[in-house]
Design a protein around this ligand. Structure first.
Ligand SMILES: [Zn+2]
Ligand SMILES: [Zn+2]
Length: 189
């Protein structure tokens, strides 16, 4: 599941258009940092972008990567999953979409659903303020993690994963819960 070349080109063209309109210089460094997010399905963190661009730009600093990612976010070229914080993940897919997130390894992938796009927003939410968009985050243990766990069918059936995931979420400072504006709550029932 990779992003096709035409979509990457479209994102890069959008980057040029927006940067030009905003009067922001599109330096080689900024372009490469944007490209790292735009050509990935991973929704990379700043650290992951940093690791990715260091090969072609050995002198770039993590601080520069951070500042560039926030600049691109402020320009509307990227969105983030969850609130503004160090461990935030960046997303160059500006089309309406939803996310699947693995609660064990943090893998995030996009998916589209016209049914979820039309999800009615309860009045209770409107009372909090304006609504810009609503994204659903479906959480669970991904296929790779299930394979890595080996013979886990009995374990899952016994509800073991739920307990173990809760422990890991607590250890991570609850960061798995701060992913997006709308959370799938099935796991809590
Ligand atoms: Zn996983
Ligand atoms: Zn996404």
């Amino acid at each position: 599941m990779e992003i096709d070349q035409a979509e990457i080109e479209r994102r890069l063209q959008h980057f040029h258009d927006v940067a030009r309109r905003a009067g922001v210089k599109f330096t080689h460094q900024r372009l490469e940092i944007f490209r790292a997010v735009a050509s990935s399905v991973e929704h990379p963190s700043a650290e992951a972008v940093y690791r990715g661009v260091r090969a072609s730009m050995p002198t770039v600093s993590l601080d520069t990567v951070y500042r560039t990612l926030w600049l691109l976010t402020d320009l509307g070229l990227l969105t983030t999953l969850g609130p503004r914080q160090d461990s935030v993940r960046f997303d160059a897919n500006l089309a309406q979409h939803h996310h699947y997130r693995c609660v064990k390894c943090g893998m995030v992938r996009d998916f589209e659903s016209s049914e979820l796009d039309d999800l009615p927003i309860p009045d209770t939410v409107r009372r909090f303020g304006d609504i810009a968009c609503a994204q659903v985050v479906v959480q669970g243990v991904c296929a790779d993690c299930k394979t890595a766990a080996g013979d886990d069918d009995a374990f899952t059936a016994a509800g073991g994963y739920r307990e173990r995931d809760a422990t890991e979420m607590d250890r991570g400072g609850g960061r798995f819960r701060r992913i997006g504006p709308v959370q799938a709550q099935e796991g809590d029932v």
